[in-house]
Design a binder for this molecule. Sequence first.
Ligand code: SF4
Length: 492
Amino acid sequence: MNSYTYPHFFSPPQTFSKPNIPLTAYDIMPPMSQPKKYHIWTEGCQMNVADSQRVASALEHMGYAPTRQPKEADIIVLNTCVVRQSAEDKAVGRLTSLSPLKKRNPNLVINLMGCMVGVKGAEKLRAQFPYVDVFSPPSDPGPLVSFLTQDETRTLTFAELDQRNAQLDGDLILPLHERGKLISAHVPVVYGCSHACTFCIIPYRRGVERSRPVGEIVAEVRSLAAQGVKEITLLGQIVDRYGKDVPDGPNLAALLRLVAEVEGVERVRFLTSHPNWMHDDLLDVVAEHPKVMPHIEVPVQAGDNEVLANMQRGYTREDYSRLVEKIRARIPNVSIATDIIVGFPGETDAQFRQTYDLLADLKLDVAHLARYSERPGTVATRRLGDDVPEEAKWDRFRALEELQEQVVGVINARYMGETVEVLFEEKVRGRWKGRTPTNKLVFVESDENLRGELREVTVTWTGPWSMQGRLPMQIPNGQLPVSIPLEMITVS
Ligand code: SF4
């Protein structure tokens, strides 16, 4: 394994004192007699889920308790997504529905956060929604914390305030309902995106690419591991570009190795990749490091070169096919996921056929499919229109869906009878749910408490979207697995 020396731009954490929550400015605030309540509504990607976790963590540190009921809340946070118009419409609907609540309770604090706010100021939104108290850009709980502590901060020293800010940026104390229960956590490592795909609003709303300091990331991972988290997924819009905006910074391969070495971490993943930035050192760490999982999420978006050029993706279908070939040659048994948009402006039937053929040819493990829809503010909406009829978009979507179901059905059938290592996360409707290193969903029936356990599982049934398996049986005086012929197992 390569060793890694920290470059100058960060300082690695030297000590770690979790699971005890360290003293922060919050701890020196006077205790609240009646715990006030917060409610967070989250829409969108894993990045938003991780951001909401940080907001919840900050609020609980300040003495607030969670509630599922907006009506009971003293603070309501709407963490929004605008990647599609429908998501933005949903957020506006939700926000509008809060107006009567605010009228009834003027002390209610409403915080609008995320991509709807963006990074360029919120003047328009302020005028449109005057009853919103705080506007926070994506990934930034700071404005809400400042708003809530504006009285208290008068009595806090600068050192204490620094400590409070460090709390937001380093150690992450999970919200109470997740502490000791959350097995798999997402950690943002790159914020924003400096690419310019013509269909995408993200660069306008999340700002330019910014890598988080590695010391901060490792501190957060240590904190999560000390609270029972076993699997870490490093997040970025183009996660492979981690460190590229910092002179002499570490790259994603180096970061993966560091995170994998944190005590308590059993598995590390990363998403989402871009075909142009998946370099050999990244593939090497996936191939070589036992804790870095062999699962790659690398969107192709379309299989036709003209459509790809219109999307400004920066590669061709041939480049993508070569990359998949290289990944498979370098990482045996890897699983690969992709994203595809059908009905992009100008996409003809023949061009769609290219996408279909590419997917049929590459036989990838997962294809996240989307029908194109206009997104005001994007280059595609401004310059290309939306000329593919809805019906054609649906036909193309369904054709890919059917194809992918067949492809994955065949891929997953290869697992039948195999023994795979599964990390179990939670019990869902009486069965334990976990994932293989290749990110396949596996369900197992067991009376044991398997939460957070890494166990060998023999696969007894496979389908396109999940598998079932059984734990090896134990004999009374030993821990040896007993092998049962497959035909003796009843599969529901
Ligand atoms: S790479 Fe393209 S699709 Fe992904 S976030 Fe950046 S601009 Fe959007």
